[in-house]
Design a protein around this ligand. Structure first.
Ligand code: PNS
Length: 167
């Protein structure tokens, strides 16, 4: 069964990678859906975020990566997917995720949201914190794939303004 795994992925972290790998035990394929949100100013462009995820999952045929705009349920329908997969790290994620799941159900009752928890080692991890740590010169070993750590360093060398940390 096909599932869509949506997110901003700015950038993808080991927490996302862990959820995708766990999801692959249940779903095939997983379509990683990278949100292109004109209102947000991400650190990485949509193309960069898509390409980084493609690099990590390489030639794995059961992981597809696409970007999307607009409603997630419309993207899921276009892809003939009946499941939206989301990670739940802690109780603090619950309210937002619950609201989104119920709104998506209202928009399309045929689509189910499926929650997964990452390994406890990544329960504190977020793209936002990863960006902050990288910007401030901290070590991200074990928290993001090496290629992402390198891309973050490059990005902050080229483009240091603190405003890039927003969102
Ligand atoms: O990684 P994020 O930023 O928590 O992901 C949020 C995402 C992309 C899942 C969410 O913002 C989304 O689905 N956006 C698409 C717009 C949409 O469908 N909104 C209504 C449903 S709540």
């Amino acid at each position: 069964m096909k599932a869509v795994y949506p997110g901003s992925f700015d950038p993808i972290t080991n927490g996302h990678v862990d959820i995708i790998n766990r999801g692959l035990k249940i779903f095939d394929p997983i379509v990683v859906a990278v949100l292109e949100n004109p209102k947000k100013q991400p650190l990485f462009t949509t193309k960069e975020r898509v390409d980084m995820i493609k690099t990590i999952f390489g030639q794995q045929k059961n992981v597809e990566v696409q970007s999307f705009q607009g409603l997630l349920v419309d993207f899921a329908r276009r892809n003939r997917a009946k499941v939206i997969m989301r990670g739940l790290r802690a109780l603090s994620d619950f309210e937002y995720e619950f609201q989104m799941a119920l709104m998506n159900r209202k928009l399309d009752p045929e689509i189910e949201t499926f929650f997964m928890t990452p390994t406890v080692d990544y329960s504190f991890l977020s793209s936002q914190l990863v960006k902050e740590v990288s910007y401030l010169g901290g070590c991200l070993k074990g928290l993001v794939p090496q290629t992402i750590e390198d891309r973050l360093k490059q990005k902050f060398e080229q483009n240091p303004p603190i405003t890039l940390l927003k969102g």
